[in-house]
Design a protein around this ligand. Structure first.
Ligand SMILES: Cc1cc2nc3c(=O)[nH]c(=O)nc-3n(C[C@H](O)[C@H](O)[C@H](O)COP(=O)(O)OP(=O)(O)OC[C@H]3O[C@@H](n4cnc5c(N)ncnc54)[C@H](O)[C@@H]3O)c2cc1C
Ligand code: FES
Length: 261
């Protein structure tokens, strides 16, 4: 696979430290599936040398959208990209997320983890019943609620500080919406999903699996990668029953119920 140079057609800050980029990338737009990511070169020189993996958040005709949070030097450089610049990208990479049919699906995003769920929602809504839970520390940091609603999906919000929606963690909201209440009754909003797709920080993913057990939870693991080809075990998560899951090879979307957190 060869790197492609893609013109940036829109670059926008969404909230503190979070940026959205639209790239003109017809080839990628045609081929990409939900769950896949691009390996983005963040500087024209050799420092930093490694590309940074960023999920494809959305696709519109010949364009693809990336949404990212600045956490270090690479993403800070990416945050300086402007419309009219060009980005050197490699992809789409990674295995696409599974595509259930005729299922009751819950999408659960925490912070920047909301990004890859939008393209997934766009594709899955054709054949499934979807609802979306979005969590963030505070109201200003909730991402993409407008976009999910524009797809016609019901969206519930959770904030740690209670500034919007449910006051608490998005995993708590997921539990109250999914589980049978004591006495065998469900709350008005509760429907048990047949499958959950989640993306967010690792502690959020671990908590979600615990709270929703035994519902299958597929997680987008967006932790650090080394080689990206299955050799270095830098991305490996221990697996129940022994062995490891290398999410660069088997993911980045993996069945979290099989992982030891
Ligand atoms: C498959 C995949 C898809 C991803 N998709 C997205 C996306 O859509 N949007 C997005 O914002 N990010 C995404 N990420 C995470 C993104 O790649 C990292 O945030 C980025 O590589 C950090 O590079 P940096 O040079 O800015 O930070 P570095 O200088 O490498 O690190 C700075 C600090 O951030 C911490 N850090 C670095 N990477 C991560 C990480 N992945 N998770 C938590 N902490 C980290 C480091 O431990 C360090 O403390 C994805 C990662 C993977 C593997
Ligand atoms: S990043 Fe090297 S094995 Fe996955």
């Amino acid at each position: 696979m060869k790197p492609i140079r893609c013109p940036v057609v829109q670059a926008r800050g969404l909230c503190a430290g979070v940026f959205s980029l639209w790239l003109e990338a017809p080839e990628i737009a045609r081929r990409v599936s939900p769950g896949q990511f691009l390996n983005v070169r963040v500087s024209d020189g050799v420092d930093p040398l490694l590309r940074r993996p960023i999920s494809v958040c959305d696709v519109e005709r010949s364009r693809v959208r990336l949404l990212f949070r600045v956490v270090g030097r690479g993403t800070a450089l990416l945050g300086r990209v402007r419309a009219g610049d060009e980005l050197d990208v490699l992809g789409p990479l990674g295995r696409p997320a599974p595509e259930p049919h005729r299922k009751e699906i819950l999408l659960c995003g925490g912070g920047i983890g909301t990004a890859p769920l939008l393209l997934l929602a766009r594709r899955l809504k054709r054949n499934n019943r979807l609802r979306v839970l979005l969590g963030a520390r505070a109201k200003d940091e909730l991402l993409l609620a407008k976009e999910f609603r524009a797809l016609g999906l019901p969206v519930s919000l959770a904030t740690d500080d209670g500034s919007a929606g449910f006051h608490g963690m998005v995993t708590e909201l997921a539990e109250t919406q999914c589980k049978v209440q004591s006495g065998g009754r469900r709350s008005a909003a509760s429907r048990q999903p047949s499958v959950v797709f989640a993306c967010g920080p690792r502690p959020m993913l671990a908590d979600l699996v615990k709270r929703l057990d035994p519902i299958p939870v597929w997680g987008f693991v967006e932790e650090r990668m080394g080689c990206g080809t299955g050799i270095c075990y830098c991305c490996a998560l221990p697996k129940k029953g022994g062995g490891h899951i290398r999410f660069c090879e088997q993911g980045p979307v993996v069945r979290l119920n099989e992982v030891v957190f």
